[in-house]
Design a protein around this ligand. Sequence first.
Ligand SMILES: *[C@@H]1O[C@H](CO)[C@@H](O)[C@H](O)[C@H]1NC(C)=O
Ligand SMILES: *[C@@H]1O[C@H](CO)[C@@H](O)[C@H](O)[C@H]1NC(C)=O
Length: 186
Amino acid sequence: MTTKVLWQIGLLLLLASEMISLDCGLIVQYQKDEIGKTRTLLETMGGPWNLQECPENPDFGFPLVKICTCSKEDARMAVGLIIESIQIVFQHNFTQAQWNATATELFQRVLDQQYVTWRRCSTAEVGNRAAFKDLCVKLAMKKYFRKLHMFLRDRQHSLCAWERVRDEVSVIYPIVLNELMKRLEN
Ligand SMILES: *[C@@H]1O[C@H](CO)[C@@H](O)[C@H](O)[C@H]1NC(C)=O
Ligand SMILES: *[C@@H]1O[C@H](CO)[C@@H](O)[C@H](O)[C@H]1NC(C)=O
């Protein structure tokens, strides 16, 4: 088990060093390859969803339309913001979710790598003061992620609250990222 963990971490470090030299022109392809892997880790973390035991099913209302109609520059900014916001959600206390520690750590590392890559490549292209052109896109996303934070907090980070959030992110992350990658390719 320990050897396997070390091996996985070693592999990640190798991938990380490769990523440092990643040509920013390839970033869309890189991110597309990451989507499935990230979702699988999210699934592995907690095993099969136990949502039938958790009746509460809120609609967090991801602002997909706003994001799909935004400019290319904002799409690029949105990718960074979404990845960063998901990272912050998963910094909440997940003791009660009883996740697989190895998969959870891998998930966090993979997200961190994606975030670093996007930030590096978008500041390289847009300059240091990259900012959203349409502030509504940013505000809509902030509002959405605030709902996730409040949901977790108000339910004292219960197992059910986490199952909902993990399910929500596993649905939203691939849909939104795939849409944004399509937008950036055209
Ligand atoms: C996280 O939650 C667990 C169980 O609810 C609690 O025992 C622990 O103290 C919390 N950890 C932090 C850092 O708040
Ligand atoms: C925990 O996750 C790791 C990495 O994905 C996996 O290899 C391992 O089998 C998982 N452990 C359990 C108990 O499911």
